[in-house]
Write a new protein. Structure first.
Lengths: 578, 254
């Protein structure tokens, strides 16, 4: 929600004042480009200066020439990109809740229904609450700004915030639900001047980015979660041991109960968490479920609920600065081998394997070159990766010399320890096909390598698609199919055939007459009406025929020979059996 | 993994039985399983570490398809024996994978490479042969000279993998097998009329298979039945006694 509002919330940038441009030579006695400038004559003359100053002062304020235009050429020009004065930068950004003229809601599809995922304050005030059907909202308020919800982007923003929190605030941070953040302030609050100051700073930080923040500090994650979402204040600080007191006034839904448990709590008349506290545990667990009791205990600190922190991923980078600039292929290859050895150690420590490696070469003239390789399967085989770089090493232009080389693994996949194949049993190890795939992809391009995979379609030309080279596709139904298929069926002429279902007796293809001695068929294939209108009634009758010389063809006739709507009875050759 | 190794052991035992070890290189041979063919081959089958060329006898597309299927059958039997994949390099992809599956090469076994020109196809084939983790490497080219074929033959010996070079017609009247080559065997395939079935329909396809040239032996020509679902060829059944048919015809005529 906030993410969408942000572009709107930003105030329009004030138009830059038009700065005087000094391209007018004016009444200068020496034309532009002259080496010696004695100064403007009109400025040297006695009295003229005062007259002009008077004239300028008579003008309205915004038309008055600047000092620079008046001839003081030594004065520094106003820099157009000069940093704004500090006082301006400190002005509070008018961010906090943006009120839209048109209520804004976000729609999400749950099954076949469109529901409100989030609503702006204006929409909330009109009674449009999250979970309501979009159609109902439209009926209530005709003028609505409805936009699709994007949970993935929301999650990305939250992840970014989590990483920021890990870097600057506390080492233990994790996203909580789709809209919250858990920060473990234990031992970190004093670094920010205490919990109260930290919370105020956090709210300010969020407001600067256009977000509304609600902060609660409590001894347990459960209590903090409940107070941040259901508490009265935007910032709540719970003293140690005061969790039960603090959350007792909140509704049971604040405890992260399941929807069933919330319904049950409403049915039993538990309006506040305070109602749950004095109850005996057994009956409470039977009514609301054991999970609800565990949640309550976690919020009160009777059950441990650790925060599982997010571990930031960093791209593994190996770097070599070279003492002397290098330019020969052998030297570059040697450095690549060293970099790969470093990189493999880094990856081994993390239990990951390379999918994409980028080599950045900085030349002595400051320009940078990139060289990327990809692998079909995660690998830590330095020799194999060196071979892949070897195939591309000719694309490097060393120029005057390369002084720094960096190797970054931009994409990695988990890769555990792999067994050494065949060494103990004595039989030779079979090399992995993935290395061959990488090698060939380096030679002819990645798109040139593929396997054929089935598509659920009876139309022959649509039954095959290209799949990645290491896929293991399944097969096709066992109808007789030719080994070569023409890219486009070729029309036949002079076809002699009995209607409706006999193979042709003779036909002419590419100017040659074929007399058919045997034929199988028809195999009727209907058009796929869901693809396009032209195929609604279309029918192809396929025949496998053999001519007198033994050549075997796959022919089809458009139309079933009875209904004219199914096709025009023209004949085509589509494939060849061996 | 176990089943693949077991299959491989079985295949090796089969190869030893066929007596291929004594006559061919260390990699053994891949017999056709037809005595009439295997006995006439110098190695007792196709050498597993050699280059073999296949070409249609005429420039028609149907003979081209037959030659393709012949190569498919060999590759399918090699893949089934070893449980490994087959690399197929070509310049224009007009193969129909369901048809290949019906000759024994299922899609999970096949790995296609569509290169821009013949030079790339030959380079890719060489990569595949030297890699050593495949069952067979098939390439379709229009032109491959003596140097290229010798390189392929050497790569095949290095990897111990059969290389199948399918030579396609470039120009009418110029047989692709006319070019010099270092191949172990050179095959020429042409479609032959199938046996007539008593009912309407096309019988099992037949080819006239000509071994145009082989190392250490003379060529021959045979009529064979085409690949079945596992890539095996067969010798056509001996013709029926003509006298009975004639008698039947005479009886019907009477």
């Amino acid at each position: 929600m906030r993410r969408l509002e942000r572009p709107r919330a930003l105030p329009d940038a004030p138009a830059l004042p038009l700065l005087p441009v000094d391209d007018d030579p004016g009444a200068c006695s020496v034309p532009r480009g002259g080496g010696w400038r004695p100064g403007a004559r009109w400025a040297q003359a006695e009295g003229a200066r005062a007259a002009i100053a008077e004239e300028a002062a008579a003008l309205p304020l915004h038309q008055q020439p600047t000092m620079r235009e008046l001839g003081r050429r030594s004065e520094a020009a106003e820099h157009p990109f000069k940093r704004a004065p500090v006082a301006v930068a400190r002005q509070p950004v008018p961010a906090a809740p943006v009120v839209h003229a048109v209520p804004l809601i976000l729609a999400e599809a749950i099954g076949q229904r469109q529901l409100i995922a989030a609503a702006c304050p204006a929409a909330l005030a009109l009674g449009l609450v999250p979970g309501m059907a979009i159609t109902q909202a439209r009926a209530l308020v005709p003028d609505l700004d409805i936009r699709p919800a994007d949970p993935a982007a929301d999650g990305a923003v939250l992840d970014g915030l989590t990483l920021h929190a890990m870097r600057y605030w506390t080492p233990t941070a994790a996203p909580s639900g789709a809209d919250g953040l858990w920060l473990d302030l234990t031992g970190a609050a004093h670094l920010h001047g205490g919990e109260a100051r930290f919370c105020a700073g956090l709210v300010r930080f969020c407001r600067r980015f256009g977000y509304t923040a609600r902060v609660a500090v409590a001894g347990t994650p459960g209590a903090a979660h409940a107070l941040a979402r259901y508490g009265r204040e935007a910032v709540t600080l719970v003293p140690a041991g005061g969790e039960a007191q603090a959350i007792s006034a909140l509704p049971p839904a604040a405890l992260r109960l399941t929807s069933d448990a919330i319904t049950a709590a409403q049915r039993f008349g538990f309006d506040r968490i305070a109602d749950l506290l004095p109850l005996p545990r057994g009956p409470l667990a039977r009514r609301l479920g054991l999970a609800s009791v565990t949640r309550l205990d976690a919020a009160l600190g009777r059950v441990a609920e650790p925060i599982v922190p997010v571990v930031p991923e960093e791209t593994p980078v190996a770097k070599r600065r070279l003492l002397e600039p290098i330019g020969t292929a052998e030297a570059i290859e040697q450095v690549i081998a060293d970099l790969l050895a470093d990189m493999m150690l880094l990856l081994q420590a993390r239990g990951r394997g390379v999918r994409t490696l980028v080599l950045l070469l900085e030349r002595i003239d400051g320009s940078e070159q990139r060289l990327a390789i990809g692998t079909a399967r995660a690998t830590r085989d330095a020799a194999h990766l060196a071979r892949l770089f070897h195939l591309r090493i000719e694309r490097i232009e060393p120029g005057d010399g390369i002084e720094t080389m960096r190797l970054a693994a931009t994409r990695t996949d988990p890769l555990g320890a792999t067994a050494v194949a065949g060494d103990l049993t004595g039989e030779a190890a079979v090399p992995d096909v993935a290395t061959l795939v990488d090698q060939i992809a380096g030679r002819v391009g990645e798109a040139a390598l593929f396997t054929a995979a089935p598509v659920e379609s009876d139309v022959p030309e649509r039954a095959v698609r290209r799949a990645p080279p290491l896929a293991a596709p399944t097969g096709w139904p066992a109808w007789r199919r030719p080994v070569r298929l023409l890219g486009r069926p070729e029309p036949l002429t002079g076809v002699l055939a009995l209607l409706p279902d006999a193979p042709p007796r003779r036909f002419t293809w590419r100017g040659q007459v074929h007399a058919v001695v045997a034929g199988d068929g028809p195999e009727r294939i209907h058009g796929e009406w869901w693809r396009r209108d032209g195929e609604v009634w279309a029918v192809r009758d396929y025949f496998r025929v053999e001519d007198e010389s033994g050549a075997r063809f796959w022919l089809f006739r458009r139309g079933d020979g009875v209904e004219p709507a199914t096709g025009d009875l023209s004949w085509y050759l589509h494939g060849l059996f061996g | 993994m176990m089943s693949a190794t077991a299959r491989r052991h079985e295949a090796e035992a089969l190869l030893r039985e066929s007596g291929g070890d004594s006559r061919a290189g260390a990699a053994g041979v891949l017999p056709f399983g037809i005595a009439a063919v295997d006995d006439r081959l110098a190695a007792g089958g196709l050498a597993l570490d050699g280059l073999h060329e296949v070409s249609p006898a005429t420039p028609t597309l149907s003979d081209d398809a037959a030659a393709t299927l012949f190569a498919v059958g060999i590759a399918a039997r090699a893949a089934a024996a070893q449980g490994r994949r087959v690399l197929w390099a070509l310049t224009r992809f007009d193969l129909y994978a369901p048809g290949l599956e019906q000759a024994g090469l299922d899609p999970a076994t096949l790995l296609f490479v569509e290169a821009r020109e013949d030079k790339d196809v030959l380079a890719v084939m060489e990569d595949g042969l030297r890699h050593g983790g495949l069952a067979a490497v098939v390439g379709e080219v229009k032109r491959a000279d003596m140097v290229a074929t010798r390189r392929l033959q050497l790569a095949a010996m290095t990897g111990g993998i059969p290389a199948l070079l399918s030579r396609r017609w470039r120009k009418a009247g110029v047989c692709p097998l006319g070019e010099l080559s270092a191949a172990m065997t050179r095959w020429r395939i042409v479609c032959a009329p199938s046996a007539r079935l008593p009912a309407q329909g096309v019988g099992r396809p037949r080819w006239t298979v000509e071994l145009a040239r082989q190392r250490g032996g003379p060529g021959f020509t045979l009529e064979l039945e085409a690949c079945d679902a596992t890539g095996r060829l067969a010798l056509p059944a001996a013709p029926r006694d003509r006298a009975v048919a004639a008698a039947g015809a005479a009886a019907r005529a009477a």
